[in-house]
Design a protein around this ligand. Structure first.
Ligand SMILES: NC(=O)c1ccc[n+]([C@@H]2O[C@H](COP(=O)([O-])OP(=O)(O)OC[C@H]3O[C@@H](n4cnc5c(N)ncnc54)[C@H](O)[C@@H]3O)[C@@H](O)[C@H]2O)c1
Length: 327
């Protein structure tokens, strides 16, 4: 738990990728806490409308040459690193572009943080990809890491870079490995946003696409709860032990939900059943993914929203945006 002094102090926080889906919720949470927030984003998939009005926005590529100068000039207490290329299929099609953002961009940020004397870096990894197809459910942080896609490899490489900067330069680093985050502002066109996709299909009266038998499971966690986990990661005490798992925390609910269950819940919330279209299973798709969350819960975090509540809030948000023509 944060010390009482840290919990009171307003910090200077840089959130990379803060114009994106999850990063913008994290920005909201830091602002609500009283922190001064800067957002660095190149708007490659993020939207300027996601940037909170009380944040300073810097349109910049994290892998670019001006990053170090900026980070040294402002002198952030905390860097929260959400900017990333997040599309698994894009990483397969162009692994060099994936590595440029997810590895070179991260190193650029870490080099700047080291030079500027930033107190802590929080890095976002993925519990859905770094473990590959796990042997143990719910999967603990210590499980073997077997990423398959270049995206998974770049996220795991990022964790190792953080560990190297901690070991070599003494940079304080925490890693959050997310389950499947859903909530307002998720891109309905990306491959990851099944909740956003289903909500839009239900609003349009279109059938829901189910790949394979629909019994594949994921650990769905609401974006506002993920943002709270980021606040905890900003201050929590970190172990000194060697290795990437010592400072890594899964962020999920610990509950496995199938795509079929998700579809049923959303149909109930929408009050519509436009039907389902069954499609071939997607090659390489994980069968099961659910995370053990004991470590982050021991730090005082737990999800504040049930899946039904989170889905209902997400559906209402998307429906309101669609009605207002701002989606
Ligand atoms: N959404 C999930 O379920 C999930 C699960 C696990 C991990 N994550 C991680 O969470 C983070 C945020 O994901 P998201 O779902 O919000 O995706 P997102 O695409 O909405 O957010 C990523 C943001 O990074 C920005 N960005 C990309 N390349 C950049 C660059 N070179 N320079 C500056 N900005 C750049 C994009 O414009 C975007 O705003 C990512 O690191 C992702 O790997 C997300």
């Amino acid at each position: 738990m944060p010390t009482p002094e840290l919990a009171r102090v307003s910090r200077r926080v840089l959130i990379t990728g803060g114009a994106g889906f999850v990063g913008s919720h994290v920005a909201d949470a830091h602002i609500a806490r009283g922190d001064r927030v800067w957002i660095m984003d190149d708007l490659s998939s993020g939207r300027s409308t996601n940037v909170p009005s009380r944040a300073d926005f810097i349109e910049m590529d994290i892998a670019g040459p001006r990053v170090r100068e900026l980070i040294c000039d402002v002198g952030f207490d905390l860097i929260n690193h959400h900017a990333a290329q997040i599309d698994v299929r894009a990483s397969v099609a162009d692994p060099i572009a994936d590595a440029r953002t997810n590895i070179v961009g991260l190193i650029n940020i870490l080099e700047a943080a080291r030079e500027a004397g930033t107190r802590r870096v929080v890095f976002v990894s993925s519990g859905g990809v770094v473990y590959g197809e796990p042997e143990v459910y719910p999967t603990p942080e210590s499980a073997p890491k077997r990423p398959v896609s270049p995206y998974g490899v770049s996220k795991l490489a990022g964790e190792h870079y953080l560990d190297s900067f901690r070991e070599v330069h003494g940079l304080e680093c925490a890693v959050l490995r997310y389950g499947n985050v859903y909530g307002p502002r998720q891109d309905p066109h990306g491959e990851a946003g099944v909740v956003a996709i289903f909500c839009n299909r239900l609003i349009d009266g279109q059938p829901l696409d189910i790949y394979g038998d629909g019994e594949q499971t994921r650990d769905y966690v609401y974006a506002e709860d993920v943002a709270t986990a980021n606040l905890i990661a900003a201050d929590m005490p970190l172990e000194d032990g060697a290795g990437i798992d010592a400072r890594a925390f899964n962020v999920g609910t610990g509950e496995a939900t199938s795509v079929n269950t998700l579809a049923t819940l959303l149909e109930e919330i929408a009050g519509a059943r436009p039907g389902r279209t069954h499609r071939d299973a997607r090659p390489g798709e994980l069968r099961r993914s659910v995370l053990s969350t004991a470590r982050i819960r021991a730090m005082g975090w737990s999800p504040a929203h049930t899946l039904r509540e989170g889905l209902a809030r997400t559906f209402r948000h998307i429906a309101a945006e669609r009605a207002a023509g701002t989606a």
